[in-house]
Structure formats: C-alpha cells, structure tokens
Design a binder for this molecule. Sequence first.
Ligand code: HEC
Ligand code: HEC
Ligand code: HEC
Ligand code: HEC
Ligand code: HEC
Length: 230
Amino acid sequence: MNWDGLMDKKDISSEEELFLFPKWTNGVPLILALSTVIGLCTVVFIFWYWFSPRNFNIGFAPEQPIEYSHELHAGQLGIDCRYCHVNVEKGPAATIPSTETCMNCHSVVKTDSKEILKIRESFSEGHKIEWEQIHRLPGYSYFDHSQHVNSGVSCVSCHGRVDLMERVYQVEPLSMGWCLDCHRNPAKNIRPKKYVTDLGWKVENPEELGNELIKKYHINPREDCSTCHR
Ligand code: HEC
Ligand code: HEC
Ligand code: HEC
Ligand code: HEC
Ligand code: HEC
C-alpha cells in the first residue's frame, strides 16, 4: 500500500470538505446583522411616527405664563369667546388676545394681584405675553376657523367645554381621520349660528335640527385632498 499517496489525497480533499457551506455564505453573519439593525430601525420609526406627541396630544395642557382661567372669564363672568378671539369668524386663525384686551378690565380690576401685575408690566413695558400654543396642525394642512364657525359648527365640537376649564387642554385628536369623520356626517355638529359660542347649548334632537340647517345654510363639507392640502 502506498500510504503516503493516500494521505496526500486525503489532505487535499479534506481541505475542501471542511467547508460545509459554499464560499458565498461567509457573508451571512454580516447580512443577518445588517437586517437586524434595519429591522430595529423600522420598528423604532413606526413607534416614533405613530405614537409621537402629535398623535397623542389629547390632554396636552402646557403651563401658561399667567394663570388665566377660562372657567372664570368665559364661564362665571360669561365673557363671549369673540371678545378675545376676535378673528374667529373672520379668517383662518382665531387669534390670542393682546395685553390691551386684558387691560380693558385689569387696569382697574384686581390690581393688587401678583398675576395681574404681570399683565400690567407687559403693558407698561410693551412686551408680549408669551402664551404657549396648545392646538397646532402640521404646516402641510390647511384649516380655517371662519369656514366652520359661520356654518354653525361650535367651538365645543373641536375644543370641548373650554368655559369649564381652569387651564385649556386639547380634547380632540385633530387628526385627518377626525376631520373627515365630521366632513362625512356633520349633522349633529351643526347648530343655529347664534349659539356657536354658547358651549352649554343643548337641543333634544341635534341630528334632526342639524339636517334642517344643512339644507338652510347649504352646507356640504368637501373631502378631496386639495381642501386641506394645498
Ligand atoms: C378674556 C379673554 C378670553 C375669553 C373671553 C376667551 N378666551 Fe380663549 N384664550 C384666551 C387667552 C389669553 C388664551 C391663551 C392662554 C390659554 O391657553 O389659556 C386663550 C386660549 C384659548 C384656546 C387654546 C388656544 C391654543 O393655544 O391652542 C382655546 C381653544 C380657547 N381659548 C377657546 C376659547 C373659547 C371656546 C372661548 C369662549 C367659550 C374663549 N376661549 C374665551 C383668552 C380668552
Ligand atoms: C371684561 C373684563 C375682563 C377682561 C377683559 C379680563 N379679565 Fe381677568 N378678571 C376679571 C374679573 C372680574 C376677575 C375676578 C376678580 C376677582 O376675583 O374679584 C378677573 C380675574 C383674573 C385673574 C385672577 C386674579 C387673581 O389673582 O385672583 C387673572 C390671572 C386674570 N383675570 C387674567 C386675565 C387676562 C390674562 C386677561 C386677558 C387675556 C383678562 N384677565 C381679561 C375681568 C376681566
Ligand atoms: C372644526 C373645528 C374647530 C372649531 C369649530 C373651532 N376650532 Fe379653534 N382650532 C381648531 C384647530 C384645528 C386649531 C389648530 C389650528 C392650527 O394649528 O392652524 C384651532 C386653534 C384655535 C386657537 C389657537 C390658534 C389660533 O387660531 O389663534 C384658538 C384661540 C381657538 N382655536 C379658538 C376657537 C374658538 C373661540 C372657537 C369657537 C368660536 C373655535 N376655536 C372653533 C379647530 C376648531
Ligand atoms: C365638527 C365638524 C367638523 C370638523 C371636526 C372639521 N370640519 Fe371642516 N368643515 C365642517 C363644515 C360643516 C364645513 C362647512 C362646509 C360648507 O360650508 O359647505 C367645513 C369646511 C371646511 C373647509 C372649507 C372647505 C369646505 O369644505 O367648504 C376646510 C378647508 C375644512 N373644513 C378643513 C377642516 C380641517 C383641516 C379639519 C380638521 C383639523 C376640519 N375641517 C374639521 C365641519 C367640520
Ligand atoms: C378635511 C381635511 C382633510 C382632507 C380632505 C384631507 N386631509 Fe390629509 N390631513 C389632514 C390633516 C389635518 C392632517 C394632519 C393630521 C395629523 O396631525 O396627524 C393630514 C395629514 C395627511 C397626511 C400625513 C400622514 C398622516 O396621516 O398624518 C397625508 C399623507 C395626507 N393627509 C394625505 C391626504 C390625501 C391623499 C387626501 C385626499 C384623499 C387628504 N389627505 C385629504 C386633513 C385633511
């Protein structure tokens, strides 16, 4: 027997057979690692995207520079929303009142209060009060208050009972689905125009009255993309 020859043969073949998988599989661990990273990123992105504050903004109630209460002013004192939010029937933004509006009363009312002192300082020094904005749509969507308020949609449909709030908080999601839900079937949210700022106003059968008013006011909310994205 030629042992040497046999050994030689075996050595050569064993060198090939030792690799149980073809050469290209050397890349598998790298591919696995990469796809794990990409997979994780996707999961993080989906969570970040869907559960970011914008979609979970219900209840958002930032602290304000002055402890101004709607419950007191709009509720107990019964000041109409439009006294302060002067643009709400006229254009896209409702507008936040200037210091001058507060001074109409607080130049004489409660002048000894620490909170009112902040208003008086803002007035005498001519700097704006930096109110924190609560409701905010992304820049690529279009919204107009006057188009709603003048069609008999009350503040309460979108902002809740602000007249009962010590501090304003967001009540509705303000998502696209939410806008469209009402555009498809607005009846129960349409009331006589003179009650749009009377948040506690009630009627026995809102849907029936709403349907009458839809005819009377010729209401037909649009659903095509360019209505809200322009
Ligand atoms: C005396 C003035 C005054 C009156 C009356 C008033 N508001 Fe306001 N409103 C303010 C001020 C000041 C702010 C900003 C500070 C805050 O958020 O509390 C504000 C904020 C708001 C916000 C939150 C705005 C944002 O940042 O998103 C809503 C909604 C609102 N008001 C609705 C109403 C409604 C509805 C009424 C009527 C029931 C009303 N307001 C009456 C002064 C007023
Ligand atoms: C139409 C009159 C009127 C207007 C306008 C008005 N207020 Fe008042 N405000 C009052 C009255 C009345 C009280 C209650 C005073 C009391 O408790 O005796 C009050 C109370 C307050 C208090 C509580 C003060 C304390 O220490 O008890 C704050 C804060 C306040 N107002 C802020 C504002 C701000 C900010 C604005 C402007 C956005 C404003 N008010 C506009 C009439 C008004
Ligand atoms: C159909 C829903 C809807 C109705 C009705 C509505 N709002 Fe709004 N409101 C919104 C949305 C959405 C925003 C956020 C707008 C943005 O980011 O451009 C907003 C923002 C605001 C703001 C802060 C920003 C601004 O526009 O100055 C105030 C104040 C406000 N609303 C007051 C009112 C009052 C007062 C009424 C009733 C007279 C009212 N809104 C009725 C949906 C509504
Ligand atoms: C509670 C009901 C309701 C909600 C919520 C609502 N809308 Fe409307 N929207 C209406 C009604 C009613 C009209 C008036 C339609 C008419 O006059 O024919 C209207 C009209 C409009 C118009 C003017 C174009 C048209 O259809 O006449 C725009 C733009 C608009 N809405 C955007 C929005 C956006 C953006 C949102 C969400 C942030 C929203 N709306 C939420 C009821 C609603
Ligand atoms: C009645 C108003 C309205 C109409 C009509 C509308 N959108 Fe939107 N859309 C919105 C608002 C408001 C947002 C922002 C929602 C948010 O803050 O997440 C939005 C968000 C979006 C987004 C961002 C992703 C998301 O869901 O947040 C896309 C994409 C979009 N709209 C596409 C469309 C297309 C396509 C159409 C037509 C089939 C359409 N929209 C019709 C109001 C509307």
